[in-house]
Design a binder for this molecule. Structure first.
Ligand code: NIG
Ligand code: FE
Length: 428
């Protein structure tokens, strides 16, 4: 069934974020938004067919206006559907008890090393059925959609045994098929050393490499391979082995790097040719340089720093040094239980010195590149997917100025209206 074309007209600002399809935007290009005043866009067959000033498209499509759904964006802004390139949405349970412990002085790593943290969620996720995980995750996807997010990445990593890692990836696959949000999969078997391998972590690394990675590849369960490279979790040497092994199966490396302590994770990302290094709260100057040289995208997660009450990553410095920066919620039950990517943009401005323009680039075209989708999504250019969001603010700076609020008014995914007046519509 083909749906009607959609014509959005009279946007106060239509922000195309164009110019970054080939490679992510860096330095001053991150701060130079392409904006059409009184802008309009024609969407058809799930794709962007034309973008221009309203008077121009009114003329161009005059004879076809009666076939289209016409949306008036007067007083609002229109931008590409937001993209979250780093989430852990397929999990069971929640960890507000640990939040309370942290408010009373316990640290994230202490809780994890005492069997809580990732281990607590692993226990719950192992016990949950495929369908329970599917239903819980769908709720989170609906919440993402209400915040203007149209594509996400989702990691496994709450199984730490093959059966559960596989279950998580299969749930993510089904979410991609059944939910309007596109879900891109990452295998993260090396998210923590399971309790029964505490005395012999290298044996667990061997299992990830020799037993899990071949299965991921055989059943085409993921595109990316991620590892938590952190003191007390996986060493840079173990991380390197896991990421190199994944490459042999065509899995693109990603890495949780330098989150709690400087640990040369960013350097490793550059050396193994990772598509992104994520977190980077404690990245070294040398690591920043190496990432800039190799074009490794820095996926920054200021919500995680906020929720762990830690200092944020040096986003300003990374952009100034030429690292292509993207932003993400890190949505997970321990260090960042939010689906509000707009709030993450607010934090990027307030805690990392990024500008409102840079925050938009970081959640659209640069985020698309962080999941290898720069050619299909992330900007409103002819031929790209018709993933569009309308925010109820008169200019893009107000997205950050009216912070902590959800301004999402309308979301169009694959050329279909899925959020109207801030509410879900026409979705299963
Ligand atoms: O990206 N740092 C490691 N992994 C997640 C947190 C997972 C959890 O606490 O459940 C993160 O912050
Ligand atoms: Fe994460």
């Amino acid at each position: 069934m083909t749906s009607k074309p959609i014509f959005i007209q009279h946007a106060n600002q239509l922000i195309t974020v164009s110019g970054g399809t080939e490679r992510p935007l860096t330095k001053e290009k991150m701060n130079t938004l392409q904006i059409i005043e009184d802008g309009s866009i024609w969407l058809e067959d799930g794709l962007v067919k034309a973008v221009d000033e309203t008077k121009e498209l009114n003329r161009q499509f005059a004879s076809r206006m009666n076939e289209a759904i016409i949306l008036d964006a007067k007083g609002k802004i229109v931008l590409p559907g937001l993209i979250d390139p780093h989430t852990h949405i397929v999990y069971a349970g929640s960890r507000e008890n640990e939040f309370n412990m942290r408010l009373n002085g316990a640290t994230y790593m202490e809780i994890m090393n005492n069997g809580g943290g990732i281990h607590a969620t692993t226990t719950k996720t192992r016990a949950a059925s495929h369908n329970e995980l599917l239903e819980e995750s769908k709720k989170r996807l609906n919440s993402f959609l209400k915040h203007g997010v149209t594509t996400i990445e989702a990691k496994s990593g709450y199984g730490l045994d093959w059966e559960t890692e596989k279950k998580q990836l299969e749930v993510a696959k089904q979410l991609n098929e059944e939910h309007v949000i596109d879900v891109v999969r990452t295998f993260m078997g090396a998210h923590a050393v399971p309790a029964n391998y505490k005395e012999n972590p290298d044996e667990f690394v061997r299992i990830v490499i020799d037993e899990m990675l071949p299965e991921v590849a055989k059943y085409n369960l993921a595109e990316f391979n991620d590892v938590f490279c952190e003191r007390g979790v996986f060493t840079p040497e173990q991380s390197r082995r896991i990421l190199e092994a994944g490459k042999n199966y065509g899995l693109i490396p990603k890495i949780h790097a330098d989150e709690i302590e400087p640990y040369e994770g960013a350097e490793l990302a550059a050396e193994v040719g990772a598509i992104s290094a994520d977190h980077l709260l404690r990245v070294s100057d040398q690591g920043i340089k190496k990432m800039a040289d190799k074009g490794v995208i820095g996926v920054l997660l200021p919500g995680t720093a906020f929720f762990l009450m830690a200092d944020s990553a040096r986003g300003r410095k990374m952009i100034d040094e030429g690292v292509p920066v993207a932003l993400s919620t890190d949505c997970n039950p321990g260090s960042s239980p939010t689906t509000s990517l707009p709030f993450i943009m607010n934090l990027a401005c307030m805690k990392m010195g990024m500008t409102p323009a840079e925050a938009i680039v970081a959640c659209t075209i640069n985020a698309a590149h962080a999941i290898n989708r720069g050619k299909e999504i992330g900007s409103l250019e002819v031929g790209k997917k018709a993933d569009v969001v309308m925010m109820d603010v008169p200019n893009y700076m107000q997205l950050q100025y009216h912070y902590g609020m959800n301004h999402t008014d309308t979301v169009i995914k694959n050329g279909k209206i899925v959020i109207e007046g801030g509410q879900l519509c026409h979705i299963n």
